[in-house]
Design a protein around this ligand. Structure first.
Ligand code: TMP
Length: 218
């Protein structure tokens, strides 16, 4: 594992993405367990949320009563939570040489606010640079499931209540990212039993970890 110029980063940053009810949170937990079992030190993050401040921002963002929230307010709240999580969790862990695994990151904002809400990728990346500089994942695993199946599994927060067409645009946003950043963004087939999906996730993760982080194994 190498240090990137100017960042002081020594760890590995893996993010999970997906449309509603894709099973990405389950897959993230299984990967974290397996990495720890293999001796890696792993830090976990969730977006929006994870920190004390992020938890409060998450409640504002997902409250079904907040129907009047503008796409720009939504975008900036996502990055407010993310900036706090970067400072408290992600960057310190990467500097310690750990593997950081995050349930969603900026690709969610590209897909949801950039594509589905129509703000555009450029606007999202401008906010990213302001809030996070050059902090991007080394590997992103996007768990792909059929939109209708996912929505049947999901609960009812403000995002999940959006019309089907919104969720189709989110999926289209993820496909655009996959085409633009194939070196780090992988679509993982989310069909089948969780254990089968976990094997596909493990195959992608070990390709990246293979030996990296070994100095950090306990
Ligand atoms: P979760 O269901 O994975 O916990 O994520 C919470 C919701 O927030 C989900 O509907 C996706 C949405 N979201 C965005 O719209 N933009 C973002 O940047 C993030 C991180 C989440």
């Amino acid at each position: 594992m190498t240090e990137r110029a100017g960042t002081g980063r020594r760890g590995l940053f893996i993010t999970f993405e997906g449309t509603e009810g894709s099973g990405k949170t389950t897959q993230m937990c299984l990967l974290v367990e397996r990495l720890r079992g293999a001796g890696y030190t792993v830090a976990e993050n969730q977006e929006p949320g994870a920190t004390r401040i992020g938890g409060q921002i998450r409640r504002i963002l997902l409250d079904p009563a907040h129907r009047e929230m503008t796409p720009m307010a939504e975008l900036l709240l996502m990055f407010a939570s993310r900036a706090q999580a970067a400072a408290e969790i992600v960057v310190p862990a990467l500097e310690r040489g750990e593997i950081v695994v995050s349930d969603r990151f900026t690709d969610s904002t590209l897909a949801y606010q950039g594509e589905a809400r129509g703000l555009g990728f450029e606007t999202v990346m401008a906010a990213h640079r302001l809030a996070l500089g050059g902090l991007l994942p080394d590997l992103t695993l996007c768990i792909a499931v059929d939109i209708e199946t996912g929505l049947r599994r999901a609960s009812e927060n403000r995002m999940e209540q959006q019309p089907l067409e919104f969720h189709r645009r989110v999926a289209a946003g993820y496909r655009k990212i996959a085409a633009a950043a194939p070196e780090r963004f992988r679509m993982v087939d989310g069909s089948g039993a969780p254990e089968e999906v976990a094997e596909r996730v493990w195959a992608e993760a070990t390709r990246l970890c293979g030996g990296a982080g070994a100095e950090n194994r306990s």
